[in-house]
Design a protein around this ligand. Structure first.
Ligand code: MG
Length: 248
């Protein structure tokens, strides 16, 4: 049982919930707040100006581009300064506006089957989030099932980079073939995890065309090819994990 599954790493956005819907609502909440609390800012918080502000922040903080909360707060700060708010007032308004956004960002609606599968799996396995996003597992109500989270903000790189997948291996002292990574994105999740030798479950809720198990290419350097499964509904997740556990 040396290869027994020890850890499940779980993508969040578009794996457990529809992230676009959540971000749109969080943005709407924040815009309403800006209209009330910092009305001058709305002239600068628009699609015309935001790319420029984002670029300025990225140029100034190249090491922080994977930290989405930091980036968004700094962009909001530049928006406040452009609107004429003074230094500390602008920064305070930016922080408060981000809090409103972040509150909405963590009001997630789990896809059908998520609660049942996470409940079942968390009784047998340690599960952690492995995400390029900035959802907070506590605030999103996931802490009953997940025992931790590693984000691209923590690692300084985003999936599919190997660093993101090495982080949980180091933290939990496990080998790649003892881990199943679960996610919706064929490149960021499936290819990234397979490249380091992890097993994978592709959460393909939209019925996209994808590779057969046999065509998933793995890194020559990994000692063993990971097992790959595909599901079309989250209710199938625990049996997909069980199948991998039985064959690995
Ligand atoms: Mg995702």
């Amino acid at each position: 049982m040396a290869n027994a599954i020890q850890l499940l790493t779980l993508d969040l956005d578009n794996t457990l919930w529809d992230v676009d819907k959540i971000i749109i609502r969080a943005e709407q909440n924040m815009r309403r707040w800006l209209a009330d609390e910092a009305p001058l800012s709305l002239e600068h918080y628009n699609q015309e100006n935001l790319p420029t502000f984002r670029q300025q922040v990225a140029d100034r903080f190249p090491n922080k581009i994977h930290d989405l909360s930091f980036m968004r707060t700094e962009v909001l700060t530049l928006v406040m300064y452009a609107a004429g708010y003074e230094f500390q007032i602008g920064r305070d308004l930016a922080n408060a506006a981000f809090d409103v956004f972040f509150d909405g960002r963590n009001q997630v609606e789990l896809f059908p089957g998520a609660v049942e599968s996470l409940t079942e799996l968390s009784e047998r396995y340690t599960i952690i989030a492995l995400t390029n996003g900035n959802a907070d597992i506590q605030r999103a109500g996931l802490s009953a099932w997940l025992s931790g989270a590693i984000s691209s903000a923590d690692v300084g790189k985003s999936k599919p980079s190997a660093e993101m997948f090495h982080a949980p291996l180091t933290q939990f002292s496990v080998r790649p073939n003892q881990v199943i990574h679960i996610g919706d994105n064929l490149i960021d999740d499936v290819q990234g995890a397979q490249n380091v030798g992890m097993h994978t479950v592709w959460v393909n809720l939209k019925g996209s065309q994808g590779p057969e198990e046999a065509t998933i290419s793995t890194n020559e350097a990994s000692d063993q090819r990971g097992v790959h499964k595909e599901i079309s509904h989250l209710a199938q997740l625990s049996s997909a994990v069980a199948e991998i556990a039985a064959t690995s």
